[in-house]
Ligand binder design. Structure first.
Ligand code: FES
Length: 260
């Protein structure tokens, strides 16, 4: 755990005292120590309120980077719960321990030498077959991914299915922390998505054409013109540019086709 307690700052203490008037305080336990924090805060904000400086285990604060995997337990409940600290709000008497990093097995490979054959995954992660189908991984996933189903797909050699099922994985590692078979599901899924993207999903022809056009200098003179435009004018151009609508047909084109 890469957190440490901050020295008390008199100004912050005064601010906190003021906030206490407005917000109801509830007791929580961070690393076994009792604190009173305003209700409604996320675990991450409650830890900061309590004086912790998060130097690891804190990234996007928006539920997408997976850096803030956290365990907690509530009194009277034997069950250990998992959550993202930046998303889960505190509840009275929660016992909280954050796990900013989980030491899971991550295979090393030269991706350029891999094929799209299922055996590539089997060779790099033979422990895949230690899965006992207990489904603890699925229950631990804060993203609601059907983790065990994706592992089953990998065991059956269906990399595409595993890649699609795990698309929302944010690599928090909470699945792995609960796995009886000691699988690093999230690393296996990352490999599956890489193989899927590079060797299974059909190539985007239009993208290849566009890259060719860019490399062939088709847009060089437009870029030269833009480079000479003053910053204010550039901002205006950017703000007033024609944007593709959220729902647009395959044949959508801007009215001004100068740059196509
Ligand atoms: S800080 Fe990124 S998911 Fe919580």
């Amino acid at each position: 755990m890469s957190v440490k307690e901050e020295k008390k700052n008199p100004v912050e203490t005064a601010v906190k005292e003021k906030e206490q008037v407005a917000a109801k305080l509830i007791p929580i336990y961070i690393m076994g120590k009792r604190y009173e924090v305003p209700e409604g805060l996320t675990i991450m904000k409650a830890m900061e309120y309590a004086g912790y400086i998060l130097v690891r285990g804190c990234g996007c604060r928006g539920g997408t980077c997976g850096a803030c995997g956290t365990f907690y337990r509530k009194p009277g409940d034997y069950k250990l719960q998992v959550a993202l600290a930046c998303q889960k709000t505190v509840e009275p008497d929660m016992y909280i321990a954050q796990i900013p990093f989980f030491p899971a097995n991550r295979a090393l490979y030269d991706f350029t030498k891999l094929t799209a054959a299922p055996e590539e995954v089997f060779k790099l992660y033979p422990e895949l077959f230690r899965c006992v189908a207990c489904n603890s991984c699925t229950k631990a996933c804060p993203q609601g991914i059907e983790v065990m189903d994706a592992i089953s797909a990998l065991k059956q050699g269906n990399i595409a299915e595993a890649a699609q099922l795990s698309f929302d994985c944010i690599q928090c590692g909470l699945c792995t922390s609960r796995c009886f078979g000691e699988l690093a599901q999230y690393h296996m899924f990352q490999l599956a998505r890489r193989i899927y993207g590079a060797g299974i999903v059909p190539r985007a022809e239009h993208l290849a054409e566009m890259v060719k056009a860019v490399n062939g200098g088709k847009y060089d003179r437009f870029l030269d013109v833009l480079k000479r435009v003053k910053e204010d004018e550039l901002k205006k151009l950017y703000q007033e540019r024609e944007v593709e609508p959220m729902v647009a047909g395959e044949d959508w084109k801007p009215e001004d086709t100068t740059y196509l």
